[in-house]
Design a protein around this ligand. Structure first.
Ligand code: HEC
Ligand code: HEC
Length: 225
């Protein structure tokens, strides 16, 4: 076995029990995310609260650290809105972006409002954010690192509801980088009662340095249609 194969092998041994645990946890999410009844008109009305940062087309704005959210699955949007509202995400003292989003989540007073705006966001056509990072990694090397990530985020970066793992395609390069760095520093994922975020802290440990982060991002971006 090559050194790299061994590395991946060892990593998978660590990842697989987590994958199983998250798959069980994932059913809880699935059960709570029925968008059939969400009110899209109410969602549109509520989205006016989001436009300032996430922009009218949902493409996000790096100047205010707001990611692209248009077309994100409603189960993930809803889950993150709940995470922010309950302070599981976004309250770390060094989480500049999270600290901006946290108070916004409080404007959604009821679960029905969270559902409505999540359904509206999911219904918006996905944007294709421009590349903003000045440094680019090596997509071929990144594919090696991504072997671990694909177990949850899907081989094509399409996400996996059962695993609670969001799609990574269609996301801005700067936000992928900032999220990975935040997990690495336990600025995101270390909130009380955040098993999914905590799992990601474990996963980014498989990216040894800044180059590896850029490489895996280059691979994720090469997956885009
Ligand atoms: C004041 C600016 C601001 C407003 C207004 C705002 N957001 Fe955000 N939002 C952010 C920032 C900044 C982040 C990134 C947080 C981070 O880096 O972890 C974010 C993150 C998110 C995420 C998580 C995305 C992901 O990939 O995990 C969702 C979902 C979201 N916002 C939805 C909304 C919705 C819905 C509204 C309107 C009800 C809204 N936001 C209003 C700034 C804002
Ligand atoms: C065991 C399953 C699993 C594996 C493996 C995994 N992830 Fe994740 N990932 C998740 C989950 C679950 C979330 C949502 C966490 C949260 O709520 O903060 C997530 C979130 C993310 C986010 C934040 C996306 C957003 O919109 O905010 C990024 C970026 C990410 N993962 C990248 C990676 C990369 C890169 C790898 C491989 C090194 C990886 N993940 C491996 C499960 C996984």
């Amino acid at each position: 076995m090559t050194l790299f194969g061994k590395f991946i092998g060892n990593t998978m041994i660590r990842v697989l029990p987590l994958v199983a645990a998250l798959a069980i946890g994932g059913f809880a999410i699935q059960a709570s995310a029925e968008d059939g009844e969400a009110d899209l008109e109410r969602g549109e009305e509520l989205y006016s609260l989001c436009v300032k940062c996430h922009k009218a087309d949902g493409g996000g704005d790096s100047a205010v650290l707001a990611p692209a959210i248009a077309g994100m699955p409603s189960w993930y949007v809803e889950k993150q809105l709940q995470n922010f509202k309950s302070g599981i995400r976004g309250l770390h003292a060094k989480d500049t972006g999270g600290l901006r989003m946290y108070p916004m989540s409080k404007w959604l007073r009821t679960e029905a409002d969270q559902e409505a705006v999540a359904a509206y966001v999911a219904n918006m056509p996905a944007t294709q954010p421009e590349r903003e990072l000045e440094e680019h990694g090596d997509a071929a090397k990144g594919a090696g690192y991504y072997a671990v990530c694909g177990a949850c985020h899907g081989a094509s970066g399409e996400g996996n509801e059962g695993m609670g793992a969001p799609p990574l395609i269609g996301q801005s390069d700067w936000y992928l980088k900032s999220s990975i760095e935040k997990y690495k520093a336990a600025i995101r994922g270390s909130g009380k009662g955040d098993p999914f975020g905590a799992a990601m802290i474990g996963m980014v440990a498989t990216l040894p340095d800044d180059n590896a982060i850029l490489d895996v991002i280059a691979h994720i971006q090469s997956l885009e249609k």
